[in-house]
Design a protein around this ligand. Structure first.
Ligand code: BTN
Length: 281
């Protein structure tokens, strides 16, 4: 490589090949995985790579984030070496209103990947939080980028709390880590193996979604994992909020919420938040 080319490479970018020594056993998701010591946000970096021509399936993995982002404008605490932070770049051939379905596919894939690796299956708090022992272990942030009226690319960012740790007081009631739940017997969970397991599960589900264009194929299994199932929830939509009983998702991935008068509302997984009425779930 000439010196000229080297100087054009982003300085922050660091491929830690030693961390991904084994072949990454996926077909396209995570081909390639770009590994960084530290990045502002893997979602932001993934979009930068997409704008520079990165292909469908590219993954950005970071050991820490300096500006990790959560849903609804929140930040995502991203200390070094504690967790899995990654973003997957997709160039799906679907209408923009279907993009939220990708979030649900990733939530299920993350649950399945975790189960394949640890033997324990997390529950899903619609649309995209994973929950173990009543606390959050994973969050997902999906961002869609348009080219005119069509999707240019979608970035799905996933943060999974992995390492054994004590959470700050304000998070102790809400957050949990995989190693805390799995206990010492499980040993240290490999971040690479976890990423691989999640992406393998995602590939399988995404292949069916590409054929069907909806979520009818996973509705039952998703609903089986739904922590909100038959529970009273509060739906927050902008400034509005209402209560009802969650009755599972439909084929479009919308949460069906039965109101007090018996009518059923379909809640679209955009910028809404669903809370249990007694706490996080
Ligand atoms: C949420 O539950 O609010 C979503 C959290 C998403 C966090 C992940 S960590 C990797 C990726 N990069 C980000 O900046 N956010 C997502």
């Amino acid at each position: 490589m000439s010196m000229d080319n080297r100087e054009k490479e982003p300085k922050k970018r660091l491929y830690l090949q030693s961390e991904l020594t084994d072949p990454f056993r996926t077909e396209w998701a995570g081909q390639p995985v770009c590994v960084y010591e530290s990045v502002d946000s893997t979602n932001t970096e993934c979009t930068r790579l997409a704008n520079a021509g990165a292909k469908h399936g590219t993954v950005v993995l970071a050991k820490s984030q300096t500006a990790g982002r959560g849903r609804r404008g929140r930040s995502w605490d991203s200390p070094l070496g504690e967790n899995l932070y990654f973003s997957l770049l997709l160039k799906p051939d679907v209408m923009p209103d279907k993009a939220p379905m990708l979030t649900l596919i990733m939530a299920l894939a993350a649950a399945e990947g975790i189960e394949n690796l640890t033997g324990l299956r997390p529950m899903i708090k619609w649309p995209n939080d994973l929950v173990m022992e009543g606390k959050k272990i994973c969050g997902i942030l999906t961002e869609m980028h348009m080219a005119g009226h069509k999707i240019d690319h979608v970035v799905i960012g996933v943060g999974i709390n992995v390492r054994k740790r004590t959470f700050p007081e304000e998070l102790q009631e809400k957050a949990e880590s995989l190693e805390n739940v799995c206990g010492a017997a499980a040993g240290e969970i490999s971040v690479q193996a976890l990423l691989e397991a999640v992406l393998q599960a995602f590939e399988k589900r995404y292949a069916v979604f590409e054929q069907t264009g909806d979520l009818s194929f996973l509705q039952r299994v998703y609903n089986d994992c739904l922590v909100n199932w038959d529970r009273e929830v509060t739906v927050l939509e902008g400034q509005n909020s209402y209560r009802g009983i969650a009755r599972g998702i439909n084929a479009g991935g919308e949460l069906l919420v039965e109101l007090a008068d018996g009518t059923v509302k379909s809640v679209y997984a955009g910028e809404v938040s669903v809370r249990g009425i007694y706490g996080y779930v």
